[in-house]
Design a protein. Structure first.
Length: 125
């Protein structure tokens, strides 16, 4: 399988950053080692490999993150979730932060949508 974009190619966008469109055109997925736990404010994301914990502070960003696995790009996920385009720069910024913390990664060509959010554990030898 080939990677659609490397982490180094994905920009850290801001409202005025023209590279935001690069991130919005990227195909991303939740890292298989990440588990989302729904919370009233949004969700907690826990990475079992790095032991990092991230707060997703809005049900809208949780919906977008969940939609990434079955979307061709970030902009496709935002559209599917009904996010107004005026809000896309703030979502791009949040997604860039999740990439930086290892919660999201580039999707591989031919990736199947994730069946669940529980990481696969390696058998003990």
């Amino acid at each position: 399988m080939t990677v659609t974009a490397s982490m180094a190619e994905l920009p850290s966008p801001s409202d005025s950053d023209p590279r935001t469109s690069t991130l919005l055109d990227s195909a991303l997925r939740l890292d298989p080692m990440v588990s989302l736990r729904p919370e009233p404010f949004g969700a907690l994301a826990y990475h079992f490999g790095t032991r990092r914990l991230s707060f997703l502070r809005s049900p809208d960003i949780v919906a977008v993150v969940n939609e990434l696995d079955s979307s061709a790009s970030v902009s496709d996920a935002l559209t599917r979730c009904g996010i107004n385009e005026q809000r896309w720069p703030s979502f791009a910024s949040a997604i860039a932060t999740l990439i930086g913390s290892g919660m999201l990664q580039p999707a591989l060509v031919g990736d199947e949508p994730a069946a669940g959010r529980t990481p696969q554990k390696e058998p003990m030898a």
